[in-house]
Design a protein around this ligand. Structure first.
Ligand code: LLP
Length: 421
């Protein structure tokens, strides 16, 4: 459920008409709903009730400071994967003991920054990383709390580009080698082993792969405890999927996911961390765009929008489906017509949808891409020297620009000219 609904024929973001935002800030833009963000965070928090837990929002999904502050205010921890994301978490007021650091290629600088600023744990992904983190911690005269990310060799049954839990993926250490890697970690004085980490992929629409992975993690936890390791915390990653279409079957709910965690791992008495990104932010955001032209091709109609692949890359990159709806509600029973929906960028990959059935649309109309809150703005670029589009946050009747559109001069002036030119 989200808070983007038609009222009296117009699409609203909570209590604000989307067309009013468009009139004030211009198009295209992203708009997020505070109520939806909060609701989704709380669903996870409540799903884990009864177990000690922390929901660490995977900020890679949407990392605007206002979004982070909204979630941090509700008690969220943060999952970060770069020095920049760590700095964002700190800037949003998240205390170090609520920040976990994931990622397969952490640099010394990133480790130093997090160890100095405070960190809940590093999720370590390889032996070389372990050696470097040990050295950096000793240099700083501290001890780094760690989990080891294990790769359980489980098929997440999702798009190949976002599956991470198979042995051919670059992530984690093979679970079959976990005991020797934990023995190594325990021998390093700059590290303190506190738990196990796993993340098998994103946009999972079934619970079965989670069950397989978590059962393996549960068995490993018992083995590691028997080996003498103090396993107190399990970081179970993110990955629960969202409905991108209104017609397809809904993915499992956070409550069902929470029940699965209790069922597979509750007996261990560990503190549970999860790292949801998409389910928190995905359906809390729209990308709103205006139709520049309706162009007739030989055998099809093209809807040319002012938004493009640089603003929302998911369709071009993952063949992702986003529902695209008119901002003015179509009359009931209006006949739909097929459109190829494209942006102005100069390549054919700049296609959002082919043969998409929509109510008839004309030049100047506004359309909204649903489920665009996660992996939308954060993956945008200035390709074709198109400015990064603004982000807007709605809260009840209020809305605010939380990232402004840069001017052409601001973009151009980031370049510098060498003295020989
Ligand atoms: N934890 C780790 C270690 C991750 O790598 C990820 C996502 C998450 C948590 C959050 O997963 P989520 O709950 O959002 O599924 N750009 C792609 C998605 C990439 C996901 C990368 N890792 C897309 O647009 O579909």
């Amino acid at each position: 459920m989200d808070h983007f609904l038609y009222r009296d024929g117009a699409l609203f973001a909570e209590d604000v008409p989307v067309a009013e935002i468009a009139a004030q800030v211009g198009t295209p833009f992203y708009v997020y709903s505070t109520a939806t963000l909060a609701r989704h965070f709380r669903l996870f928090d409540e799903a884990l009730e009864g177990m000690p837990h922390l929901v660490c929002y995977a900020m890679k999904a949407a990392s605007n400071q206002a979004i982070l502050k909204t979630l941090a205010g509700l008690g969220a921890g943060m999952d970060v994967v770069s020095g920049g994301e760590y700095a964002r978490a700190v800037a949003a007021g998240v205390p170090g003991d609520r920040i976990v650091f994931s990622g397969v290629g952490k640099t010394r600088d990133e480790m130093r920054r997090a160890l100095s600023g405070g960190i809940r744990q590093f999720n370590v992904e390889s032996e070389p990383e372990m050696a470097v983190l040990n050295a950096v911690a000793l240099e700083l005269g501290t001890v780094a709390p760690i989990t080891v990310r294990v790769n359980p060799d489980v098929d997440a049954k999702t798009h190949a580009k976002i599956a991470t839990g198979k042995s051919e993926n670059k992530f984690g250490i093979p679970i079959s080698r976990a005991r020797e890697v934990y023995a190594l970690a325990a021998s390093l004085p700059g590290l303190k082993v506190i738990g196990i980490d796993v993340h098998i992929g994103s946009q999972l629409t079934e619970l079965a792969p989670f069950r397989l992975a978590y059962e393996k993690v549960g068995e490993l936890a018992e083995q590691l405890r028997a080996d003498g390791h103090d396993i107190q915390r399990l970081d179970l990653g993110g990955g629960l999927g969202i409905p991108y279409t209104r017609s397809n079957e809904a993915p499992p709910l956070p409550t069902e996911y929470g029940a699965l965690i209790k069922d597979t791992l509750g007996h261990l008495g560990c503190e549970i961390e999860i790292e949801p990104g998409r389910l928190v932010a995905g359906n809390a955001g729209l990308m709103v765009s205006r139709v520049i032209y309706v162009k007739s091709g030989e055998d099809r109609e093209f809807l040319i929008l002012d938004g493009a692949m640089n603003d929302l890359i998911r369709p071009a990159m993952y063949e992702a489906y986003h529902d695209i709806i008119p901002v003015t509600e179509p009359d009931a029973g209006v006949e739909q017509t097929p459109y190829d929906i494209v942006g102005p960028v100069c390549e054919s990959g700049d296609t959002f949808a082919k043969g998409r059935m929509m109510p008839p649309v004309k030049t100047g109309d506004l359309v909204a891409f649903r489920s665009a809150g996660a992996y939308g703005a954060v993956m945008s670029s200035e390709y074709n020297t198109r400015p990064l589009i603004p982000e807007i946050l709605v809260h009840g009747h209020q809305f605010a620009v939380i990232r402004a559109r840069p001017s052409f001069d601001e973009m151009i002036n980031r370049d510098t000219i060498p003295e020989w030119l």
